[in-house]
Design a protein around this ligand. Sequence first.
Ligand code: URA
Length: 211
Amino acid sequence: MAKDDRGHVTDEALRELGERARQCTACRLAETRTNVVFGDGSPEARVMFVGEGPGRNEDLQGIPFVGAAGQLLNRLLGEIDMRRDDVYIANVVKCRPPGNRDPRPDEIASCKGFLADQIRLIDPDVVVTLGNFATKLLLKQEMGITRLRGHAYPWWNRTIVPTFHPAAALRGGQSVLDKMREDFSLIESVLSDTADIEESEAPEPEQMGLF
Ligand code: URA
Protein backbone atom coordinates (compact mmCIF):
# COMPACT_ATOMS: atom_id res chain seq x y z
CA MET A 1 0.00 0.00 0.00
CA ALA A 2 1.48 3.36 -0.97
CA LYS A 3 2.12 5.62 2.00
CA ASP A 4 0.29 8.57 0.47
CA ASP A 5 -2.86 6.50 0.00
CA ARG A 6 -3.20 5.81 3.68
CA GLY A 7 -1.48 8.80 5.23
CA HIS A 8 -4.63 10.36 6.73
CA VAL A 9 -5.84 6.96 8.01
CA THR A 10 -2.53 6.44 9.80
CA ASP A 11 -2.69 9.92 11.25
CA GLU A 12 -6.10 9.30 12.77
CA ALA A 13 -5.19 5.83 14.06
CA LEU A 14 -1.97 7.19 15.58
CA ARG A 15 -3.90 9.99 17.27
CA GLU A 16 -6.29 7.47 18.81
CA LEU A 17 -3.40 5.27 19.95
CA GLY A 18 -1.70 8.33 21.47
CA GLU A 19 -4.90 9.17 23.31
CA ARG A 20 -5.01 5.63 24.75
CA ALA A 21 -1.39 5.98 25.87
CA ARG A 22 -2.16 9.29 27.56
CA GLN A 23 -4.89 7.57 29.60
CA CYS A 24 -2.71 4.56 30.45
CA THR A 25 -2.19 3.59 34.10
CA ALA A 26 -0.95 0.05 33.46
CA CYS A 27 2.32 0.45 35.38
CA ARG A 28 3.79 2.46 38.28
CA LEU A 29 5.39 5.00 35.92
CA ALA A 30 1.93 6.56 35.52
CA GLU A 31 2.09 7.72 39.15
CA THR A 32 5.21 9.86 38.71
CA ARG A 33 4.98 11.11 35.12
CA THR A 34 4.19 14.71 34.19
CA ASN A 35 3.31 13.83 30.59
CA VAL A 36 3.06 10.67 28.54
CA VAL A 37 5.70 10.91 25.81
CA PHE A 38 3.99 9.01 23.02
CA GLY A 39 6.01 9.86 19.90
CA ASP A 40 6.83 12.62 17.45
CA GLY A 41 7.36 13.05 13.74
CA SER A 42 5.87 12.05 10.43
CA PRO A 43 3.26 9.26 10.42
CA GLU A 44 4.52 8.45 6.93
CA ALA A 45 8.18 8.22 7.90
CA ARG A 46 10.38 5.63 6.22
CA VAL A 47 12.68 5.71 9.24
CA MET A 48 11.58 5.25 12.82
CA PHE A 49 13.90 5.75 15.81
CA VAL A 50 13.26 3.92 19.08
CA GLY A 51 14.90 5.20 22.26
CA GLU A 52 14.71 3.91 25.81
CA GLY A 53 12.39 6.18 27.73
CA PRO A 54 11.73 9.86 28.38
CA GLY A 55 14.13 11.88 30.49
CA ARG A 56 13.34 14.99 32.51
CA ASN A 57 12.95 17.43 29.60
CA GLU A 58 10.84 14.97 27.63
CA ASP A 59 8.60 14.33 30.63
CA LEU A 60 8.06 18.07 31.07
CA GLN A 61 7.35 18.75 27.39
CA GLY A 62 5.65 15.49 26.38
CA ILE A 63 7.95 15.18 23.33
CA PRO A 64 10.73 12.58 22.85
CA PHE A 65 14.39 13.54 22.50
CA VAL A 66 14.17 17.26 23.20
CA GLY A 67 17.18 17.40 25.57
CA ALA A 68 20.90 17.15 24.86
CA ALA A 69 20.59 13.63 23.40
CA GLY A 70 17.86 14.94 21.08
CA GLN A 71 20.09 17.79 19.88
CA LEU A 72 22.74 15.24 18.94
CA LEU A 73 20.16 13.05 17.20
CA ASN A 74 19.03 16.08 15.17
CA ARG A 75 22.64 16.82 14.23
CA LEU A 76 23.31 13.26 13.06
CA LEU A 77 20.09 13.33 11.05
CA GLY A 78 21.19 16.59 9.42
CA GLU A 79 24.46 14.98 8.39
CA ILE A 80 22.54 12.45 6.27
CA ASP A 81 20.28 15.21 4.89
CA MET A 82 17.27 14.28 6.96
CA ARG A 83 15.24 16.43 9.28
CA ARG A 84 13.39 15.45 12.42
CA ASP A 85 10.11 16.04 10.56
CA ASP A 86 11.08 13.35 8.03
CA VAL A 87 11.33 10.59 10.64
CA TYR A 88 9.27 9.27 13.54
CA ILE A 89 10.70 9.05 17.05
CA ALA A 90 9.36 6.94 19.91
CA ASN A 91 10.58 5.14 23.01
CA VAL A 92 10.30 1.68 24.54
CA VAL A 93 8.49 3.13 27.56
CA LYS A 94 6.29 6.18 27.18
CA CYS A 95 6.61 7.51 30.73
CA ARG A 96 9.74 8.71 32.50
CA PRO A 97 11.33 6.28 34.95
CA PRO A 98 11.94 8.37 38.11
CA GLY A 99 15.47 9.75 38.34
CA ASN A 100 16.14 8.34 34.84
CA ARG A 101 16.60 4.83 36.20
CA ASP A 102 16.42 1.92 33.74
CA PRO A 103 12.92 0.83 32.79
CA ARG A 104 12.00 -2.41 34.58
CA PRO A 105 10.95 -5.59 32.75
CA ASP A 106 7.31 -5.33 33.89
CA GLU A 107 7.15 -1.68 32.76
CA ILE A 108 8.52 -2.63 29.33
CA ALA A 109 6.05 -5.53 29.13
CA SER A 110 3.13 -3.21 29.98
CA CYS A 111 4.18 -0.63 27.40
CA LYS A 112 5.52 -2.59 24.43
CA GLY A 113 2.10 -2.99 22.80
CA PHE A 114 2.07 0.77 22.10
CA LEU A 115 5.42 0.53 20.32
CA ALA A 116 4.31 -2.51 18.31
CA ASP A 117 1.18 -0.62 17.21
CA GLN A 118 3.20 2.48 16.32
CA ILE A 119 5.49 0.37 14.12
CA ARG A 120 2.52 -1.31 12.41
CA LEU A 121 0.76 2.00 11.74
CA ILE A 122 3.78 3.95 10.56
CA ASP A 123 5.10 0.97 8.63
CA PRO A 124 8.69 2.25 8.35
CA ASP A 125 11.26 0.60 6.09
CA VAL A 126 13.98 1.06 8.69
CA VAL A 127 13.74 0.91 12.47
CA VAL A 128 16.78 2.39 14.21
CA THR A 129 17.13 1.10 17.75
CA LEU A 130 19.04 3.51 19.99
CA GLY A 131 20.94 1.67 22.70
CA ASN A 132 20.53 -1.61 24.52
CA PHE A 133 16.92 -1.50 25.67
CA ALA A 134 15.34 -0.91 22.28
CA THR A 135 17.76 -3.25 20.52
CA LYS A 136 17.23 -6.11 22.95
CA LEU A 137 13.46 -5.73 22.89
CA LEU A 138 13.13 -5.74 19.11
CA LEU A 139 15.91 -8.11 18.10
CA LYS A 140 15.29 -10.42 21.09
CA GLN A 141 19.05 -10.51 21.59
CA GLU A 142 21.02 -10.66 24.79
CA MET A 143 24.16 -9.45 23.02
CA GLY A 144 25.02 -5.82 23.78
CA ILE A 145 24.80 -2.88 21.42
CA THR A 146 28.58 -2.64 20.97
CA ARG A 147 28.55 -6.08 19.29
CA LEU A 148 25.28 -5.66 17.41
CA ARG A 149 25.76 -2.22 15.88
CA GLY A 150 27.39 -1.72 12.49
CA HIS A 151 25.03 -4.17 10.78
CA ALA A 152 21.54 -4.15 9.32
CA TYR A 153 19.15 -6.94 10.40
CA PRO A 154 16.11 -8.10 8.40
CA TRP A 155 13.07 -7.90 10.67
CA TRP A 156 9.42 -8.59 9.73
CA ASN A 157 9.75 -7.22 6.20
CA ARG A 158 11.76 -4.25 7.42
CA THR A 159 15.34 -3.59 8.48
CA ILE A 160 16.63 -2.88 11.94
CA VAL A 161 19.76 -0.75 12.23
CA PRO A 162 20.94 -0.77 15.85
CA THR A 163 23.17 2.01 17.06
CA PHE A 164 24.33 3.56 20.30
CA HIS A 165 22.01 5.73 22.31
CA PRO A 166 22.98 9.39 21.68
CA ALA A 167 23.44 9.81 25.44
CA ALA A 168 26.27 7.25 25.18
CA ALA A 169 27.95 9.42 22.56
CA LEU A 170 27.59 12.44 24.83
CA ARG A 171 29.35 10.46 27.57
CA GLY A 172 31.68 8.37 25.42
CA GLY A 173 33.08 11.05 23.14
CA GLN A 174 34.48 10.93 19.66
CA SER A 175 34.86 7.18 19.13
CA VAL A 176 31.18 6.50 19.94
CA LEU A 177 30.14 9.43 17.77
CA ASP A 178 32.23 8.14 14.86
CA LYS A 179 30.52 4.74 15.11
CA MET A 180 27.11 6.42 15.20
CA ARG A 181 28.06 8.30 12.02
CA GLU A 182 28.89 4.96 10.37
CA ASP A 183 25.50 3.61 11.46
CA PHE A 184 23.70 6.67 10.09
CA SER A 185 25.42 6.11 6.73
CA LEU A 186 24.14 2.55 6.90
CA ILE A 187 20.59 3.91 7.35
CA GLU A 188 21.07 5.92 4.15
CA SER A 189 22.26 2.93 2.16
CA VAL A 190 19.51 0.63 3.46
CA LEU A 191 16.97 3.28 2.45
CA SER A 192 18.29 3.54 -1.08
CA ASP A 193 18.42 -0.28 -1.41
CA THR A 194 14.84 -0.52 -0.11
CA ALA A 195 13.67 2.11 -2.60
CA ASP A 196 15.11 -0.05 -5.42
CA ILE A 197 13.31 -3.14 -4.11
CA GLU A 198 10.02 -1.26 -3.73
CA GLU A 199 10.15 -0.13 -7.32
CA SER A 200 10.76 -3.62 -8.64
CA GLU A 201 8.79 -5.86 -6.25
CA ALA A 202 6.56 -3.78 -3.94
CA PRO A 203 5.94 -6.51 -1.30
CA GLU A 204 2.80 -6.20 0.82
CA PRO A 205 3.58 -5.48 4.46
CA GLU A 206 2.45 -8.34 6.69
CA GLN A 207 0.59 -8.06 9.98
CA MET A 208 2.60 -9.96 12.52
CA GLY A 209 3.22 -10.24 16.22
CA LEU A 210 6.38 -8.15 16.12
CA PHE A 211 7.74 -8.74 19.62
N1 URA B 1 16.47 9.29 25.98
C1 URA B 1 15.58 8.42 25.48
O1 URA B 1 15.81 7.23 25.41
N2 URA B 1 14.44 8.91 25.03
C2 URA B 1 14.13 10.21 25.05
O2 URA B 1 13.05 10.56 24.62
C3 URA B 1 15.08 11.09 25.59
C4 URA B 1 16.24 10.62 26.04
